[in-house]
Design a protein around this ligand. Sequence first.
Ligand code: FES
Ligand code: ZN
Length: 293
Amino acid sequence: MPQHRLALCREDFLSWFERYTERTIKEFRMFTREDRILVAISGGKDSLALWHVLRKLGYSADGFYLHLGIGEYSERSREKVEKFAQKLGAKAIILDLREELAGIPELKDLTSREACSVCGLVKRYNFNKVAREQDYSVVATGHNLDDEASSLLANVINWNIKYLGRKYPVLEEEEGFVRKVKPFCKFTEKETALYALLNNIDFIEEECPFSEDASSIFYKEILNSIEERFPGTKLRFYLEYLRKIYPRFREKEKRDLQPCKICGEPSPSEVCPVCRLRERVVNLKGTGRSSTG
Ligand code: FES
Ligand code: ZN
């Protein structure tokens, strides 16, 4: 790991990874052992590894899996999550989006948005709702350094200042929103994959068929080629942003939110985007048409 000037054997890597996770949690004051943590689980390496390491470090962490209704991919990932929960002896809350609203393929056809953007919307909504309703104080996600640095790069290139004011490994709670944290933000994708492999974690290797949009893969590739030439750049790019840039752009004003008049979740408008989606689903069913035509 040139960025840390370290070369470790299996045992030392595992204990280094665990200590480094603990250090990141403390550094950003993400949570303590008094908190009830809900880990958003997809069935992939990052989220399962995160769940594993948090339990190992003695945190009270349950998993939450949202079945997205994406055919075989969702079925297989749900199986992995259920098996892993059993192995950990931990509680996994499972919610089926098809019963709640509709699957991602149907929702995608109902809007002009990309699958991943609708998916992000319903995930954020449900993570927050379930966490609040079931008394969790924190939602933890498995975003790693590659995710964070590549989206930072994309937003810097487009000078998306609003984003620069909100990109931080901890989003404090605010009216109706539970605190959100990313304890893996300083680990590269390789490191989390290695930790999962060395612990024999059985994760889903295939990507979601809608996958990430092509641009984020492209930015990850660019960062990897810079990293190859100048090791340590990826971590430095992200950490220096947190230290020097974020404090300047940090949003000081509270967002203008109100409880959605239908579901009560915090919303930027009278009716939240998810309830608007729900109205469309209901209308469509009323007309007897299937969304796929
Ligand atoms: Fe959300 Fe693929 S996981 S669109
Ligand atoms: Zn609503």
